[in-house]
Design a protein around this ligand. Structure first.
Ligand SMILES: [Zn+2]
Length: 288
């Protein structure tokens, strides 16, 4: 599932490549034909990522009604959605490679420029793709907890929600109204670095611990954005000797490392289901 850092990478790409430009919009697949027609020919004036939601703001033509009066496009990728970017020659330049024949399911195609200046992005498999007014955006954002990747985030809003709950920390970190954008990898790696067991009930996590946890979340997720979406949490010193670049096997402290030795203390990594998905922890580095 695309987590919040992927959405922030998308936001950066929109800002770099399409912001300020007049955009052509189409729905090759047809499911968003009306929405695409309403966006076509308008200028992209703003880009916001909030948790797993991307909001693109478009200019509103004078006297516009219905869809053309809606300033915002709201996209939530859901489990399998993704944006892919193409250059003037139609070569994919960013976004996850397409598997198999996926050519027919483009919900939305946004493009700008002509000739060598042309750039385009398409959206496939998203859970949500809809036009919204300001109130429609507020409804979504008001339900979300603070997003570690946003400058305006207040970590204590998340603490207020977590500290009222008996639910374990590893479950709370997946709840979008506690921390917006955190997902499976971060709910394991950040508590490890903060030295807190994922089984600890939210109400037993102290404020200094929460702040420590938050700082790790913000740092790890921010580093993933800087890497164009690639998740790496290990420090070079904690990777096997001779590993200059992190590989899939050395990128994490815990994630998918059941039974392997902890990179810090050597204790075998534990795993159990939590909130329907596996959570990993080190019983020595993260005492209850
Ligand atoms: Zn350990």
């Amino acid at each position: 599932m695309p987590e919040g850092h992927i959405v922030h990478v998308d936001a950066r790409r929109f800002t770099a490549r399409l912001a300020g430009r007049t955009v052509r919009a189409a729905s090759p697949q047809g499911r968003f034909a009306e929405g695409a027609a309403a966006l076509d020919g308008r200028r992209l004036t703003g880009v916001e990522a909030y948790g797993k939601n991307l909001f693109l703001r478009f200019s509103v033509p004078r006297g516009a009604t219905a869809g053309r009066a809606m300033p915002w496009l709201h996209v939530h990728l859901g489990l399998i959605g993704g944006w892919r970017w193409y250059d003037a020659d139609g070569m994919q330049v960013a976004g996850r490679p397409l598997r198999g024949a996926g050519g027919g399911n483009r919900r939305l195609l946004l493009s700008a420029g002509r000739g060598q200046d042309a750039v385009s992005a398409d959206l496939r498999g998203a859970m949500t793709c809809r036009l919204a007014d300001a109130a429609g955006v507020d409804v979504v954002v008001d339900r979300l907890g603070p997003d570690p990747l946003r400058d305006d985030a207040d970590p204590m809003e998340g603490f207020a929600r977590a500290s009222r709950s008996k639910a374990p920390l590893g479950t709370l970190l997946l709840r979008q109204d506690v921390v917006a954008g955190a997902g499976l990898i971060w709910r394991c790696e950040a508590p490890f670095l903060a030295g807190i067991a994922p089984q600890r009930p939210g109400r037993d996590v102290g404020e200094p611990e929460w702040r420590r946890l938050w700082d790790h979340l913000a740092r790890l997720m921010g580093a993933a954005v800087e890497r164009g979406g690639a998740e790496v949490t290990t420090e070079p010193a904690d990777r096997p000797a001779g590993t200059r670049r992190p590989t899939r096997a050395s990128a994490f402290y815990l994630f998918r490392r059941t039974g392997e030795p902890c990179r810090v203390c050597g204790t075998p990594i534990s795993a159990e289901p939590m909130a329907g998905r596996t959570v990993w922890w080190c019983s020595s580095c993260q005492p209850d």
